[in-house]
Design a protein around this ligand. Structure first.
Ligand code: F6R
Length: 241
């Protein structure tokens, strides 16, 4: 893992957006793996800026999101579908047929999960995967556990994730299950960038860079074995290193 530390989230997000823009510019059929949450918001804003200034087009871009809450319809304001359109897709020239987000509201979530991996593979895999990291070390919604799950799957959210993400839910309680890309699909991405910002991420970033080995109790440690992974931090997240 390569570590890049920036003075602030703006500079870090500009760097991350630049890495994604490079893939969009150099590949004829770029496949992006995308994340939600607070960390990528400014990266998406910077990608929208690059689109508006004519530097990049999303015309041929195909996207696969990491995860979605179970039981939330696409138009629910708390869904990751809603987030992605609000922060990125509504502001660029992407063909919405090229946008893929797991359907958390599917009648058959198990079949939905299996189809999702097959679909990603049919596109030849992800060129660049954007990740955030949970304070408990989760990536996507691969929560700390005794073993890794490779495939896209349904997961019970940990209490830590429910506590951290639950604050965004005002009208009803956060779902306790989600559908998430598994560790194998994430690790198959040709390039990975992981964003970590703010003081609340300092402990997990310290643990990640001091882990002796890969452990499913800290799912992000899987990235240690990835040949092309860049961890992008602001000064606060990197302050214990
Ligand atoms: C979101 C996702 C999660 C977040 C993580 C960090 O699609 O997969 O793993 O990246 O929970 O969230 P923030 O960025 O809100 O700290």
């Amino acid at each position: 893992m390569e570590l890049k530390v920036f003075d602030d989230v703006s500079a870090a997000s500009e760097y991350a957006a630049g890495m994604i823009a490079d893939i969009i510019k150099t590949k004829s059929d770029p496949i992006l793996g995308l994340a939600t949450g607070a960390s990528p918001i400014l990266t998406y804003k910077k990608l929208v800026d690059l689109y508006e200034s004519g530097e990049i087009s999303f015309n041929n871009v195909v996207t696969f999101n990491l995860d979605e809450y179970c039981g939330l319809a696409a138009d629910d304001v708390n869904s990751y579908h809603y987030f992605m359109f609000d922060k990125l897709f509504d502001h660029v020239d992407i063909d919405i047929n090229n946008v893929h987000i797991p359907d958390g509201d599917s009648d058959d979530p198990i079949a939905e999960a299996a189809c999702y991996d097959a679909l990603i593979d049919s596109f030849g895999g992800i060129d660049i995967q954007l990740l955030g990291i949970g304070v408990n070390g989760h990536i996507g919604f691969n929560e700390p556990s005794d073993s890794f799950i490779g495939a896209t799957h349904i997961v019970e959210l940990s209490q830590s994730t429910i506590d951290v993400n639950g604050k965004y839910f005002t009208d009803y309680v956060i779902p306790d299950r989600a559908i998430t890309m598994g560790i194998d699909q994430i690790m198959k991405a040709k390039k990975i960038i992981m964003l970590a910002y703010g003081d609340s991420k300092a402990d997990i970033i310290y643990k990640l860079f001091h882990a002796d080995s890969v452990t499913p109790m800290i799912p992000a440690t899987a990235l240690i074995k990835h040949p092309d992974c860049t961890v992008i931090c602001d000064k606060e997240a990197a302050r214990k290193l």
